[in-house]
Ligand binder design. Structure first.
Ligand SMILES: [Zn+2]
Ligand SMILES: [Zn+2]
Ligand SMILES: [Zn+2]
Length: 367
């Protein structure tokens, strides 16, 4: 994640900020420019004017959900929509009269904003209704099963309870569990339908991940009965990825998104251990590539592994568990490379679909 500069005082400001800690000016995220902008009230209705040193001032409105304190994004400048592009994807929000729901929803919104930001950086559509496909849609509710069905991501609000989340982690022996991880995983099911199903990528997907026509419900039931295969670490990025090729894809997809965000952040803060030497396969240090659009997969991996090793060592120095509790085997590396390729070809791929395969009902039960 990038950091930004307050347009009024020049202080460093962050993606999640609603105001500058130094000068107090309001901040909002402009999803069209993918930038935090500094604002001052115009005195007219709900309009705010951007304070910028080197640009003409623009006027903005905050997303309607800013009123609930769960969104710092700005409404689109044209079209009159009251919600920002990320909040417009919500179909259901929890009952805000019930205690705890507002805080839980706020936590999920923070994670969701990070996901949507990434999808926009990749240039992936969050709404594919213009080509007769689904729109990414979120249902935040109590007493639901976290999962994905035909473009709709259902999220159980209980997951925002950190004590419960830790219990689930222990129960399922998961080294990693987070709200952002859930949302990234579930978005993987949505983009599988858009970028892999019925496209020229499907054969290669099957050769790497396995036969996706395997009965999904039986596969999940069997996974929950018997657990992962003994050698899962040689083949999959997580134990849950053994459950079905769709789950393997969603786990690998989420992992790729973790990697790209973490690398983008480390670049922003100058944290990369590769600064010690020249990295083969990358243009660095002569040119910094946009990790979302330009960096090759090989260069990305060359940057990723040393970064995770150093971050694990830093975590241990503080007495914490490993920052990155994963092992990238050769098959997992190939699967990550496939996700990279599919995302890069995403835009073109959407216009070059081969056959439209019949839609099967699917429900993924998140880890
Ligand atoms: Zn400031
Ligand atoms: Zn919003
Ligand atoms: Zn899933």
């Amino acid at each position: 994640m990038r950091t930004y500069t307050c347009g009024a005082c020049g202080h460093r400001v962050y993606f999640e900020n609603i105001s500058c800690v130094r000068c107090g000016h309001m901040l909002g995220f402009d999803a069209e420019r993918l930038e935090v902008v500094t604002l001052t009230a115009s005195g007219q209705n709900d309009e705010y004017i951007q304070i910028a040193r080197h640009e003409p001032a623009q006027s903005y409105r905050f997303c309607l959900n800013a009123g609930h304190g769960v969104c710092n994004w700005l409404a689109p400048k044209t079209g009159g929509a009251e919600l920002c592009v990320a909040c417009s994807l919500n179909r259901t929000i929890p009952n805000l009269q019930e205690p705890g729901n507002l805080a839980a929803w706020g936590e999920f919104e923070l994670a969701k904003k990070r996901l949507i930001y990434q999808l926009l950086r990749f240039g992936l559509p969050v709404d594919a209704t213009h080509i007769g496909r689904h729109k990414l849609t979120f249902d935040f509710a109590r007493d639901t099963t976290t999962g994905h069905l035909d473009g709709v991501i259902s999220v159980d609000m209980l997951e925002a309870d950190s004590v419960w989340r830790e219990q689930q982690k222990q129960l399922f022996q998961e080294p990693y569990r987070s709200l952002l991880g859930h949302l990234r995983h579930e978005s993987g099911h949505f983009y599988w339908m858009l970028l892999v199903e019925g496209t020229g990528h499907l054969d290669r997907f099957r050769s790497l991940f396995g036969d996706d026509t395997l009965d999904y419900s039986n596969a999940l039931a069997s996974y929950h009965d018997t657990g992962p295969v003994a050698n899962w670490q040689e083949l999959h990025v997580s134990a849950y990825a053994c459950a079905h090729p769709w789950e393997d894809w969603a786990e690998t997809w989420a992992h790729y998104l973790h990697m790209v965000d973490a690398l983008d952040t480390s670049e922003e803060w100058g944290l990369e251990p590769r600064a010690r030497g020249l990295v083969f396969g990358s243009f660095w240090p002569f040119k910094i590539s946009d990790i979302y659009r330009e960096e090759t997969f090989e260069a990305l991996m060359e940057r990723w592994i040393p970064l995770t090793l150093s971050l694990n060592s830093l975590s241990r120095s503080m007495g914490h568990a490993d920052y990155y509790p994963f092992v990238i085997s050769d098959p997992v590396r190939k699967k990550l490379g496939f996700v990279h390729e599919v995302i890069r070809n995403g835009g073109a791929q959407l216009g070059q679909r081969t056959t439209a395969t019949p839609r099967r009902p699917r429900r993924s039960k998140a880890r």
